[in-house]
Design a protein around this ligand. Sequence first.
Ligand code: ARG
Ligand code: GLU
Length: 719
Amino acid sequence: MKKVFFLIIAVAFSLPVVADEGMWLLPLLKQQKFPEMKELGLKLQDYDIYSPDSASLKDAVVIFGGGCTGEIVSPDGLLLTNHHCGYGSIQQHSTLEHDYLTDGFWAATRDQELPNPGLTVTFIDKIEDVTDYVLKNLEMDTDPTSMNFLSPKYLNGLAKEKAGEKFLQDNPGMEVEIKAFYGGNKYYMFTKKIYSDVRLVGTPPSSIGKFGADTDNWMWPRHTGDFSVFRVYADANGNPAPYSETNVPLRPKRWFKISLKGVQENDFAMMMGFPGRTNKYYTSWEVAERRDIDNDVRINIRNLRQQVMLDEMLKNPEIRIQYSSKYASSANAYKNAIGSNWAINKRNFEQVKREEQDRLIEWSNLNNESAYPEALLTLEQIVSDRKDLRFRRWMLDEALVRGIEFSGVPTDVKQMCDALNGKDRAEQQKQLLLLERAYLRFADKNYSPEVDKKIAKVMLKEYRRLVAPKAQPDYFSIIDKKFKGNVDRFVDFIFEKSIFGSESNFNNFKAHPSVKALEEDPMILFAKSIQKEKAVLTEALKDFDDSYNLAHRTYVKGLLAMYKDKANFPDANFTLRLTYGQVKGYSPRDCDYYGCQTTLDGVMEKEDSTNWEFVVPARLKELYNIKDFGRYGMADGKMPVAFSATTHTTGGNSGSPVLNAQGELIGINFDRNWEGVGGDIQYLPDYQRSIIVDIRYVLFIMDKYANASYLLNEMDLVE
Ligand code: ARG
Ligand code: GLU
């Protein structure tokens, strides 16, 4: 007995104590982390940050769009987020005549603020632990292989039942959602209020908001003013409503005060936001799988695709506007995969996870818990068995589904064919109109058939080189049969013959629609064949996925049982979290040290007027030269731009408010260093840094650069 006791003590003390790790759930914060936060310097009470029954700082934090965070900074619903989060909206409003991407945009009055159909802002009204409720319902589910415990459809059904039909009817814009945590060992319900009239108020030019672009992306030291400004509108009662001229600025429950005091190394910093996805509970086998399949395929394929895209963008400004957003998001995940593999190899994540597994096995043996070691065996087996299928799935996804845009043409033409076979002229016209609409959704203003064609040629060659012929979509057989293996001719043929290949092809079809043309359309056949292969792979992987989910839940349950009182945070799942740490620089390699604060001096050092990524706008240079930094400069006379902190963040945290010990806004999170992206699997205190635009730079750009000081009048600035 004594021996066992000492062993447990020894195990407990050998646990790595990792400072600043964690994406914490607000309802657990007080119990899990508040004392440590106080120790680090926090001046607030726990209920200032999160209180279940009254307004608190968390009420000023929102989901911006579908994958970013934003924060409310005025009593009139003014919102800050990143430039790269507002990018899609800014791009939508940009034309060659009004190129807001290049020149920036500032609404001088409220009626100049630009609506963005489809863009939403989501507030989290309430967070409840509903584990017992969900588990009770799941008990009635007698199928041991049921995936209901993770099914959004099932869980959201339960959420609706719990909230009640009436509640949802009485509260326009309200939605409820239950999400699984710790692999399905715990459940929380979120009551959300979703506003759909969100207007663009202002944005700096890309030469500020995206300064350094893809070269600097995921890099520190950084000099990007990555912010944009929006405003949330509501109906006269303050409720969510679709865009209307009669809507009024939202009167929010809370907004952040803004600090002009700046930061010093080692200052306390925290942020709230919506981290999207992490894999902290990977086993060692999944780490290797991620590196050797997922990341490797992504790196290889995107590299090829981006080269083609960039060539075209540099040749033609119209293509540059069309493809800038697509290129940026492709390059972003590409560079992340590179950083992820660096960390996996360099920091030996396989070993780190293996040690955790071994600890669990040892603990399980001592405690007669056989389920956990069994779950580990299952996970090892699954990863080994699904290897080929997973490779095929990643190749299909990266090279063909995401890679080739025309694999997304409308394929559901049955009703169109039926109408053509029938005699009803009106029905034929209606179906034609529907098809045209679907075509235009695909070939929207950001689509270039020429670019797609060039990319498709490269993608298909690489796909055919790496995937066994038998395992390719069946339509590809005609490449050999009809085109003697010549991919270029195959792709040219597709564009020449398809009704979706060009506008004139589509117009010809409209003039002479025929069933035969639709049935033989090579783009439709191509797209269908890819859908079919995707379905085959999904089906083949389903058994693996299901048993994986069950074993993963058990494994995480084991870890929670073993670590019992140690605070553990669940993997990110795009729910509201808090992370805290310190403002800090880092040393990425021997003898190299990066400070925690960048300044406008660095912007000027990076300036390169011959490289679009590093052009500095004339007005910014002028302000720099006359040192007109207003109240935003630092004591040493320099103008701050960005800072770095040890906070644990991931994709989705973009736009997150970064707060000082008093809970005042000191910056907007926008990136991580590439040495830190491995933190999605394993946090590394010495390597991982959040990259944050200094709020003083944001205000300086609004006030001094853009002459939009009227916007500052509605904010609470704290000197
Ligand atoms: N790396 C940041 C994030 O993951 C910024 C991405 C946008 N910027 C870019 N150059 N692609 O989302
Ligand atoms: N830029 C990322 C985002 O859009 C945040 C960087 C990260 O992954 O930490 O959410």
